[in-house]
Design a protein around this ligand. Structure first.
Ligand code: S3P
Length: 429
């Protein structure tokens, strides 16, 4: 699929969709199942390309993983059961796969090499390779270990006390996974709280991890035991339909099974601050990852300011929040979000450039963007630039644009939401 013509100005989106499994939790469930002892069963696994890359890497490390209808069964032999791969480990487009995997491989006494696609080739790896090298792993790669292809020879690790220079759940998780293999106690200090799926997952697999005032403490040498994991829906995928429901006139969408982990719910706060008619209609907070059902209805929206500790709690939602802001009255300012520059694309530039092509009033800043609404968007030719979340944002933008929108590279959407277009279509019937 090289390009598609998208629905133009729609009157309403009505119906109910069940949000597919969370990408971050799906990755981690396979990783922990692969390093635990015994059987792990995962339900509602996300069959997106990124998570399939994680499965493929662990198979190459000798783990037996069976997949059937979004259910996964893993027979784990413990972290010591991982075997030296005879082939390169290809992470595709997935930053989570490569960074977390490096944390695991850092403590394994063998050689591995890691590659990914052209987007992965531009993403900074020193933030992980630097502290892992300090712990004792031998890592090399392009530009002195800064970019893929990377090679890693793991072995005995020293614990570390490390203050993260940027708020990143991927870096934190890589260091936790290495810390689980180090001799002694590893401490990681976060500048702002980031998604805590790794911490929750460790407890689910019978391990111990402590967190107090942004300081995470983990002891090496713990034995993890296989578990049953039910993956809740991905709030980052739900976000596209939350925004669509808020901005397409006359809409009412029920979103079932949305993950409501408080480290991920920044989008809900922003929608409410902007005046959206959003309700949580059921909430299961007692499970290891909270989830619930949401309903969103069209409403009048106003601009807002998004900054500080809120940024890591909605970092992946900023492209769709930018579109939301084009449909709100007044100015929306997004700041403290420099990290957007090192996502699947430079998301400050891609969001601003693509939305401008549809007539939005939006300007890039050094650490975010400023949007002036409300704009009447028009048709045009836009591109995902190979970035799944940019592709979905532009598909939703088409619903409020006058004139046809041609989206180039829509196939990137399969990275995190393979049935996105089916879900969208089901709401228009
Ligand atoms: C993720 C962490 C975030 C996020 C990414 C998934 C994770 O990245 O943007 O989509 O699963 O840990 P950073 O750690 O780079 O902030």
């Amino acid at each position: 699929m090289k390009s598609i013509t998208l629905n133009t100005k729609l009157n309403r989106l009505i119906g109910e969709i069940t949000i597919p499994g969370d990408k971050s939790i799906s990755h981690r469930s396979v990783m922990f199942g692969s390093i635990a002892h015994g059987e792990t069963k995962i339900t509602n696994f996300l069959p997106g390309e990124d998570c399939l890359s994680t499965i493929s890497c662990f198979r190459k490390l000798g783990v037996s993983i069976e997949e059937e209808d979004n259910q996964i069964r893993i027979s784990g032999n413990g972290i010591e059961g991982l075997k030296e791969p005879i082939d390169v480990l290809d992470v595709g487009n997935s930053g989570t796969t490569i960074r977390l995997l490096m944390g695991i491989l850092a403590g394994r006494p063998f050689f591995s090499s890691l590659v990914g696609d052209s987007s992965i080739g531009k993403r900074p790896m020193t933030r992980v390779t630097g502290p892992l090298a300090k712990m004792g792993a031998v890592i090399d790669g392009r530009n002195s270990g800064s970019y893929t292809p990377l090679s890693i020879r793991g072995g005995k690790l020293n614990p570390i006390q490390y203050e993260l220079p940027v708020a990143s759940a991927q870096v934190k998780s890589a260091l936790i996974l290495a810390g689980l293999q180090a001799e002694g106690i590893t401490q990681i200090i976060e500048p702002s709280e980031t998604r805590d799926h790794t911490e929750r997952m460790i407890r689910q697999f019978g391990g111990v991890i402590d967190k107090e005032n942004k300081i995470i403490t983990v002891k090496g040498g713990q034995k993890l035991t296989g578990a049953t994991i039910h993956v809740p829906g991905d709030i980052s995928s739900a976000a596209f339909f939350l925004v669509a429901g808020a901005i397409v006139p006359g809409s009412e969408i029920v979103l079932k099974n949305v993950g409501l982990n408080p480290t991920r719910t920044g989008i809900i706060e922003v929608l409410k601050n902007m005046g959206a008619d959003l309700e949580i209609i059921s909430d299961e907070s007692d499970s290891f990852e909270p989830a619930g059902d949401l309903v969103i209805r069209t409403s009048s929206l106003k601009g807002t300011v998004i900054e500080g500790d809120l940024i890591p709690r909605l970092i992946d939602e900023i492209p769709i929040i930018a579109l939301l802001a084009t449909q709100a009255v007044g100015k929306t300012i997004i700041k403290d979000a420099e990290e957007l520059k090192v996502k699947e694309t430079n998301r400050i530039d891609t969001v601003v450039n693509e939305l401008k092509k549809l007539g939005a009033s939006i300007e890039a800043t050094d650490d975010g963007m400023i949007i002036n609404g409300k704009s009447n968007l028009h048709g045009g030719t836009v591109s995902s630039h190979g970035d799944h979340r940019i592709g979905m944002m532009l598909a939703i933008a088409a619903l409020v644009s006058d004139g046809e929108v041609f989206l180039e590279n829509p196939e990137a959407i399969a990275v995190s939401y393979p049935n996105f277009f089916e879900h969208l279509k089901s709401l228009t019937n």
